[in-house]
Structure formats: C-alpha cells, structure tokens
Design a protein around this ligand. Sequence first.
Ligand code: TRP
Length: 469
Amino acid sequence: MEKKQRENWGSRIGFIMAAAGSAVGLGNIWRFPYLAGENGGSAFILIYLGFVLVIGLSIMISEFAVGRRTELAAVGAYKKINKNWTFAGVLGVLSAFFIMGFYPVVGGWALAYVLKSVTGLLADAAAIGDTFGAFITSSIEPVIWMLIFLAMNIVIVAKGIAGGIEKAGKVLMPTLFVLLILIAARSVTLPGAGAGLDFLFKPDFSVVTGATFLAALGQAFFSLSLGMGCMITYGSYLNKSENLPQNALIVSVLDTGVALLAGIAIFPALFAFGMEPAVGAGLVFVVVPQIFAAMGGIGTLFSAIFFIALTVAALTSSVSLLEVVVAYLIDQRGWERKKSVYTAGGIMTVTGILSSLSMGLMSGFTILGVGIFDFFDILTDKIFLAIGGLLLAVFVGWFMDKQELEDELTNGGTIKFGLFNIWYNLVKYVIPVAIAIVAFAGITSIAQKPLMFFGLGIIAVLAIFSKKL
Ligand code: TRP
C-alpha cells in the first residue's frame, strides 16, 4: 500500500506564523502581565526569561524533532517510539481539554470587548474596572461570548490545519504587533510612567519564593505552547527540509518579544493611573481601555482594533489546542476530522460554560479549594505542562537514539546545528532535574497543595494504566 502523504504546511512562513500563532496568545497579553504584576514584576520576569532560554527553547526543538520524525501527533508519536510512553501523549490530550476549559472564556471576554469598545466602555474611564467585574460575573453575557469564540475554533479546525489557521494569522498577528508598539509608546510617555518601568526592570528578589519559580516555569511552558504535544503535532505537519532549531528560535523570540511588549504597554500606564500591579486576571481588560479612553475619539477605534487583534491571537492559539485533541482522534482512533472536532468541541462547550459561571453564579462551588476556572488553569499551568515537559525531556534524552536525533535536527547532515551537544545534554540531564526541583519547591510553597497532589495523582494513574491507552 502506498503511504499516504501527510498534510503539510503551505509554506515555510505559513508554519512559522502558525507556530508563532499558537505561542502568541492570551498567555502573552492577558496572563504574562498579570502574573508579573502578582509576582513582583522584574524578578519574576528575569526568572521567566531564564526558563525560556534554557528550558523552553530546548523543549521546543525537542517537540519539533519528535513530531517531524514520526509524522504523528503527540500520542501516536510517543507510542510509535516506545509503547510505555503513550501516557505522556495522553496527558497532553488531557491538558488540551483542561486548557480549553478556561481559555475560551477569556477569548470570549476579548471578543466582547471589541463591541464594548465602540458602545461606550471608554466614555467613563473611572468605571472601566467596575464594568469588567460586573461583566465577567454575570451569568449570560460572558457565556454567549465564550460560545461564539468556541464556535469560531470549531469552524476553523473543521476546515483542516493548513487552510483556516494559516490565513487568519498572517494578517492579524502583525496587526497586533504594531498596535502593541503603539500602545507601549503611549504608555511610556504618560506622566508618572517611570515607576512602571522600574517595576519591570529593577529586580526585587525579596519577593521571590518557590512558588514564583513554579509560576515562571509554568508560564514559560504555557506561553510557548509546550509540554502537551502541541508543537509535536505542529512539527508533524512540517516539511522535511525545514531547519528545526532555527524555527524554534524564531518562534521563541517572537513569543517572548510580544510578552515583554505587553508588559511595557501595560505597567507604565498602570502606575501612571495610580493603580495596583497585583489586580489579577482583569489587568489587560482594565488598564488598556483606560489608556485608550485618555486618547479621546481615536482611542475608541484603537481599542476596537486592539481587541480584534487580541481575539485573533487567542484564536490562533486555541485552535492549536483543539487540533491536539482532533489529531489524536484522527490518528489514533481513526475518526473523521469533522466528527472529532464536533465531539471535542461539545465537551469544551460544557467545561467552558461551567468555567464562565464559576466567575459569578457558581463562585461558591469549589473543587479542592478552587473554583472551576482556576481548577483548569492551575492544574495545567502549574502541574501538567511542566511535568509534561519533564517527561518529554526524559523521553528524548533517554529513550530516543542520539544519532537519530542528530539526523533529524540536521536534516540528515545537510544543515548545521552547532549546539547539538549542548542541546542534547540540557535535555538529557539539566532540564529534567531543573523541572523536578522547581516543581518540588513550588508545590511546597504554593497555597493550593491538595490540587497539586491531585494533579500528580492523575499523572500517576495515567502512567500506571498506560498499557490500556
Ligand atoms: N501559548 C498560548 C498562549 O500563550 C496558549 C497555548 C496554545 C498553549 N497551545 C498551547 C499552552 C499548548 C500550552 C500548550 O496563549
């Protein structure tokens, strides 16, 4: 039988845009600034940058290599190389479901803010914070926006990987970038902005604990779309002639650049407005509209475009999460694409509704001490992704053939990867140990311990029953 040619990215730039599109999302613009704000700013950012450079980049190279080598999505890729490791792929699929348990809620907020921008949100700058609080805690409006956002995902992924995903990103990612630069320029020139720059760039290590390191590590994985097979899946669609380390470097630099830019856009303005850096999840939805409100009429237009671009950035990320699940159902279960998309989408509809309601109506309902939104968020960000990354590093370092890896990363010796040995030793020795230490330190100093142990328990159960997966 002739081997069926795997669907491929339309072009090199198409792949970079898609991978960068997956990486750049709410993680950079919504989550990075508020985590930095909650964790004292600059020291957190430095630790984060260190993790991106030493751990994130190497893991991304590894994921690309595993995906392209096997031409299979996460679960199949692990399974093909070593059956006992199937559970690590399944953990990735579970992570995708969990992230999609809360991500579309925030995507829906972004979408709602497109309309709110042009319907009077900016008219009363002082009320912007209260408006956000009232909006996300209400029972119907945010649920509807979440459903619209999720429906967009379903339509794009049902159409197939190359068509929908590539096109959306090509136009709107650069738009987002330009807008962020504009906002940052405005933000740093506001009177009183200097305190924000100090907050971003003058480290205060007295606020750092084990939990800070775990938050920074989890954020590095989250922002780069690592630790759950997403980049394995995207790599599996990648052409054999592409330079994997170079692509990984480009994606990581773009992603980190956007996160830093978001910080520079937000914190100077925040301090200029006399607000608290640790306001939490509402940060971008409260500070950015205030910057625009202070601009007068043109601000309305900018604000609408900003939230359109944010929505699209969120979409190009969330489709990559949905794609991980769909690719699993197609590759491993032999389902059709449409059936896979609708089934996964159906489950995500339920978790999305529950997550959205957990902000208000169901805020009294908690699992292991946290609401539903936080349950999905904390479990993935603080446990599953980091442990997923650790498993991948051990797998690549100890269960794959070194020569085969070198072959894959140099395209059979036709291109150079001068840092191969450094990369290999990082993945084999340094990264597993580093992640284990950070996870241990983080779990001992974090408030939500029962949840952490629950997460580890899930991973253990998956590992034990791995033969059945
Ligand atoms: N990286 C995306 C963001 O920053 C979110 C995301 C997409 C993701 N795919 C992922 C996170 C895979 C972890 C794993 O918004």
